[in-house]
Write a protein that binds this ligand. Structure first.
Ligand code: AMP
Length: 115
């Protein structure tokens, strides 16, 4: 049982368009998409933000999140053209939900620098 809206999605207490699930990772469509493809990839365990990660403890989980991103990008047909992965951390990073999540954005060219 967790505290954030993403924990409620993991526990199926609120609905989401789930597009990938494994024992450790869940991915679902962002409710306010910023691109034709906008998927959130989250660990099932609660890690609030990037600065809480520990390399030795979480290396495998992070690898599984990247594997999920690559699989989803391939499945959704955006792998060849490319895509962007974003992880916001803390207030200045623009993080709103304090359950670690990777944004997979694609289906259009991205601009740089970010806002
Ligand atoms: P961040 O600003 O990096 O914390 O991103 C949080 C993201 O979660 C935003 O892109 C929101 O649109 C998205 N979001 C918030 N609530 C939901 C929800 N119930 N289902 C899907 N995505 C959500």
């Amino acid at each position: 049982m967790g505290n954030t809206i993403f924990s409620k999605i993991i526990d199926r207490e609120i609905p989401a368009k789930i597009i990938f699930e494994s024992d450790t990772v869940l991915a679902f469509q962002d409710i306010k998409p910023q691109a034709p493809v906008h998927v959130l990839i989250i660990p099932k365990i609660e890690i609030p933000k990037v600065s809480d990660l520990k390399g030795k403890e979480h290396a495998q989980l992070l690898g599984e999140m990247f594997d999920a991103a690559n699989k989803i990008a391939k499945d959704l047909g955006i792998s060849e053209d490319g895509f962007r992965l974003v992880i916001n951390c803390g207030p200045n990073g623009g993080q709103e939900v304090y359950h670690l999540h990777m944004h997979l954005l694609g289906g259009r060219p991205m601009t740089w620098p970010p806002g």
